[in-house]
Write a protein that binds this ligand. Structure first.
Ligand SMILES: *Cc1c(COP(=O)(O)O)cnc(C)c1O
Length: 253
């Protein structure tokens, strides 16, 4: 009878490496450009709480999640940093959003009105960001409709559009044209609203490759975990993988 082997495998997350990646990415930015660590989907599987805490320690000013549930989990764990919810939020959760000082993304008036009500009830101002669809055709308000939407929100009380953003569809591809077109559309729209001071557009790929997209803040997901978004992306910053797979082998008699 031969000996049998038992394998133990686990994934290790190195927070020092995360710290290195964020600092390296930040040093690639102009002074004054803010850094949002995108920690949606349980921080790309690495654990939202641990990663968020470490990202803030490394100098991230903002956290980005997809859903209200993800945002509440971070608040409940005592994370008080500015927190952008990048996906849709149901208007009937407006009170919770305002109470927890979360920054929701607004793309239509129903949520804006609900937040305005909640802001009035709680005697505060709900700060929101408006997401402009400049070409991805996912979640966002179209370029054509956005000036009207932003003006209508501006007429409501207890709500303020603190930021405008867009998302690039192909910043990780070799052809830079779509990104340039999207940026141009976005900036043209933003120029209509000079009072809105926080413009952001860049994901990891754009942060690495297109400094002109950095604007007031970058939103970096995959690259804080140490990955380049695609093989076509220029490695302007040296990144190291935060995750490693470890194996221990034991023989069993
Ligand atoms: C996921 C996401 C990001 C981060 O994208 P990466 O390619 O992982 O850097 C940025 N912005 C929005 C709106 C996102 O949904």
């Amino acid at each position: 009878m031969g000996k049998q082997c038992r394998y133990f495998q686990w994934i290790e997350i190195d927070l020092n490496v995360l710290n290195h990646n964020i600092k390296a990415l930040r040093s690639h930015l102009r002074l004054g450009t803010k850094f949002m660590a995108v920690v949606k989907r349980n921080a790309y599987g690495c654990g939202a709480l641990t990663i968020s805490r470490a990202a803030l320690e490394a100098g991230a000013e903002y956290l980005g999640v997809y859903s209200l549930e993800e945002a509440l989990e971070l608040r409940e764990a005592g994370m008080h940093a500015p927190l952008l919810i990048m996906g849709p939020v149901s208007p009937d959760r407006a009170d919770t959003v305002v109470k927890q000082r979360l920054t929701p993304t607004v793309v239509e008036m129903e949520l804006a009105r609900a937040l305005s009500h909640a802001g009035k009830k709680l005697d505060t101002v709900a700060e929101v960001h408006v997401k402009i669809d400049t070409g991805l055709h996912r979640f966002g308000v179209s370029i054509e409709e956005s000036p009207h939407l932003i003006r209508c929100i501006g007429e409501l009380f207890n709500i303020k559009v603190a930021g405008l953003y867009t998302h690039f569809s192909s910043a990780d591809e070799t052809d830079q044209t779509p990104t340039k077109v999207q940026l141009k559309r976005f900036l043209k729209l933003a120029r209509l609203f000079p009072q809105i001071k926080l413009l952001h557009a860049a994901n990891s790929a754009a942060t690495l490759q297109f400094p002109e997209t950095h604007l007031d803040m970058v939103r970096v997901g995959i690259s804080i975990y140490g990955f380049y978004p695609s093989a076509a992306v220029r490695k302007t910053v040296l990144l190291k993988p935060v995750l490693s797979l470890k194996t221990r082998v034991e023989t069993v008699n």
